[in-house]
Ligand binder design. Structure first.
Ligand SMILES: [Zn+2]
Length: 373
């Protein structure tokens, strides 16, 4: 079965997260991998939810740590807007595969699976090829976090490829994400006597003013640039004629290599002061490999040669399971590359060019071919 057909079949599984229901989709993939020679290891996550680790052993003594190809099979919900194409039929029309997950990232998973099945037909493989197919990525890399907590299942990796949508551009990594909830406490009072209370909204606004000035000690990465901070939500107040005693801010910080999320959190705590309660909602590390790392340089050149799509020293805007997997694997060089159009991830009328899926499959096979040789 070709990669486009595999991708279309994957779209027919409803893996909208929440609730996820990734297991039936992964079982179907397992049904392709097991007869090809892969050993399967499941990690159960809940009703109809699981991660799948599939290993193709080396044909002799392994020469080095495995090559790992990774992707997630859950998707985001459909959204409120009407779609002009079927959302979960796997419709192929006009050189495009349509539907939820076409870009993010069932086409990428299909390219991994098709390339892996091809690798299984090679007579000599000096290194293990391992597929890490995760659940629960879209709700904060839950599946990858569960895998990282079970190192015996995950093992080590000599190199990692995550097939998130990059239009087949071979990227060096991505920023990290640190999402915080900042809870401000005050004292309630009647709105006619505000001097008797302590207004939590005023406290939150003081925090916002300080957060706007935060400069993360001037940290700047030559490729990723500067970290960013956005205040995305503010929740406070029950009624207009009361002094609010609680106000919460939702803060989204995108971190870069050269700083740690823990350091960024400590800086926020210092800026807003000890009376503000801070809860970490999401903690994803930045991912980066130097372009002159030997595997990275060779792999990017090979991918560009196969697909005709190259990239400069660039990173992706979104974060991926690599935030969790890269460190869990002992920090191997990590390529972010997949066939989906990055601009269509999470969008209405999501699609993926079928030629891009085929090109990505050829690139993954070539990457595996070189690594396993
Ligand atoms: Zn994704």
């Amino acid at each position: 079965m070709g990669p486009v057909e595999i991708a279309a079949r994957l779209i027919r599984f409803d893996t909208i997260n929440p609730p996820g229901r990734e297991r039936p989709c992964l079982e179907w993939i397992a049904g392709l991998l097991e007869p090809a020679g892969f050993t399967l290891a499941w990690q159960e996550l809940g009703p109809e939810r699981a991660n799948l680790v599939a290993s193709l052993p080396a044909t002799g003594a392994a020469a080095r740590a495995p090559l790992v190809l990774s992707g997630h099979v859950d998707t985001v919900p459909l959204g409120a807007a009407r779609w002009s194409v079927p959302t979960q039929e796997g419709l192929i029309e006009g050189g495009r595969l349509h539907g939820r997950g076409a870009s993010d990232m069932k086409s990428g998973v299909a390219a991994i699976v098709a390339a892996a099945i091809e690798a299984a037909s090679w007579r000599d493989r000096r290194v293990e090829l391992r597929l890490v197919l995760s659940a629960g990525e879209e709700t904060g890399c839950e599946g990858a976090l569960a895998l990282a907590a079970e190192p015996s299942l995950l093992g080590t990796a000599g190199a990692l490829v995550v097939a998130e949508p990059t239009d087949n551009r071979p990227l060096l990594g991505h920023k990290g994400a640190l999402w915080l909830r900042l809870e401000h406490h005050g004292v309630t009072a009647h709105g006619s006597s505000p001097e008797l209370g302590d207004n939590a909204i005023f406290r939150a606004c003081a925090s916002v003013a300080r957060l706007r000035e935060i400069d993360f000690a001037g940290v700047e990465h030559p490729v990723m640039g500067r970290p960013s901070l956005n205040v995305g939500t503010m929740q406070a107040g029950m009624n207009v004629n009361s002094v609010p005693d609680r106000a919460a801010l939702g803060v989204d910080i995108r971190t870069v290599t050269g700083q740690t999320n823990a350091g960024a959190r400590a800086l926020v705590a210092e800026v807003v002061g000890p009376e503000v309660e801070i809860e970490t909602l999401t903690d994803m590390a930045p991912v980066y490999t130097e372009p002159d790392d030997s595997w990275m340089a060779e792999t990017r050149a090979l991918a560009a040669e196969v697909t005709g799509v190259s990239a400069g020293a660039e990173t992706a805007r979104f974060f991926t399971d690599a935030s969790v997997l890269k460190s869990a694997f002992g920090n191997p060089p990590t390529l972010i590359m997949g066939p989906g159009p990055a601009s269509l991830a999470h969008q209405t009328d999501e699609w993926c060019d079928t030629g891009a899926i085929e090109a990505c499959t050829r690139a993954f096979a070539a990457i595996a071919g070189r690594y396993l040789a």
